[in-house]
Ligand binder design. Structure first.
Ligand SMILES: [Zn+2]
Length: 381
């Protein structure tokens, strides 16, 4: 599984003077039929051609062509489109080539610039929470992390379980039935305490957002009581799973839970933005006009919009201001306003550029937000 540090490392790669990096985000998730036809190959060729038209100098042209060829060669040889997405960064003159499959979808992008184009990756990281799973019964435990659709088991983290090591010796020393019982409870308590400690240590190394306790309920409820305080706000609902569950079964259960947790968080967010906007328009707004005004003033810290939200409008040719109505002249600078079919993309770009966070409300949360104009924002004071 990849780590935040790895992704941040590649995005934050120091620009080399006079060098450019080719960034490619490619959707390789296709229907079975078009996968056989490898529809993503012609799509990539087309995007590279379009990006190549922007290259100005002779030297830069050579560098671009070399990087484009390197990326194309990789994609032509790429024959295991199991994951839906492929991300590549390349500077063939260096030579530098980095590629990664992702189990979550990305939008097609080709970018040629001094630094890797990191925004789609940053948004991906922002949009997916990291989960830690403590799967345990009273004697055994397994620890997993799940992020961006991938799962990793931390076998070594559990290898030092003091109960596992002392169990055999303990059994020989038992005399009475009551003693066995007491001893077993004692062991299980120490075992679960150890699991709580390991989960706490994983927080330091993996900075997970949510902790899922999985396994028989008597084990998960005791583990719950033993958790260090800082883990409690991260607790997600517990899930029943057998201790022998396969990685795939654990992953499936977590992805299902992630959807429920996300939907709940979206509902909560929409509720908050609409209620706050009603009470205090300095703290939040809803509706396209009010949201756009706040965005124009640089006051948005979190933009929220309903899945599928679209708004026709325009953009000023002079100052770049966005409008959600069809006006001819800009209210800010008086220049001509150009009509735009859907201003949402530009709106989101502007929000990201001003360091605001962007959240999409889906399903029931989207339905709820549409009653208030489909878009809103929490504001900076
Ligand atoms: Zn203007």
């Amino acid at each position: 599984m990849m780590s935040r540090a790895e992704l941040q490392g590649v995005i934050g790669r120091e620009p080399k003077p006079g060098h450019h990096v080719l960034s490619v985000y490619l959707d390789v998730q296709q229907s079975q039929a078009s996968r056989l036809a490898r529809g993503f190959e012609p799509a990539l060729r087309g995007m590279l051609r379009a990006a190549g038209l922007q290259v100005r100098t002779e030297e830069d042209r050579k560098a671009f062509d070399a990087s484009a060829e390197r990326v194309l060669r990789f994609v032509v040889d790429y024959n295991k489109p199991g994951a839906p997405s492929l991300v590549m960064f390349c500077d063939a003159t260096e030579p530098f080539f980095w590629s990664r499959e992702f189990r979550v979808p990305v939008r097609n992008v080709v970018h040629w610039a001094e630094a890797p184009h990191g925004r789609p990756l940053l948004e991906l990281m922002d949009d997916h929470e990291c989960y830690c799973v403590a799967l345990t019964d009273r004697g055994r435990a397994r620890i997993f992390t799940v992020w961006l659709g991938e799962i990793e088991e931390h076998a070594r983290a559990m290898a030092s379980d003091p109960v596992c090591r002392s169990r055999k010796v303990g059994a020989d020393q038992m005399r009475s039935q009551a003693g066995v019982q007491r001893r077993a409870e004692h062991h299980s308590h120490w075992h679960l305490k150890h699991v709580a400690m390991v989960a706490d240590a994983i927080l330091n190394t993996h900075a997970f957002d949510r902790l899922v306790l999985a396994g028989p309920v008597e084990a998960t409820s005791e583990l719950h009581r033993l958790l260090p305080r800082r883990l409690r706000p991260r607790l997600a609902p517990a899930i029943p799973l057998a201790i022998e569950a396969s990685e795939q079964q654990v992953l499936d259960a977590v992805l299902k839970l992630e959807q429920v947790v996300e939907r709940d968080a979206e509902m909560q967010m929409v509720h908050e933005v609409t209620v706050t906007a009603g009470k205090n328009p300095q703290a939040a707004v809803v509706g396209d006009e009010a949201t756009l005004k706040a965005l124009q003033a640089g006051r948005v810290w979190k933009l929220v919009y309903a899945d599928g939200f679209a708004a026709g409008g325009g953009q000023c040719k002079g100052c770049g201001a966005l409008f959600v109505d069809r006006r001819a002249t800009c209210g800010y600078c008086g220049a001509e306003v150009e009509a735009v079919d859907d201003v949402t993309d530009r709106l989101v770009e502007r929000a990201v550029a001003s360091d605001a966070r962007v959240r999409i409300a889906r399903a029931a949360a989207a339905e709820q937000l549409r009653k208030h104009g489909g878009i809103g924002a929490f504001l900076r004071f």
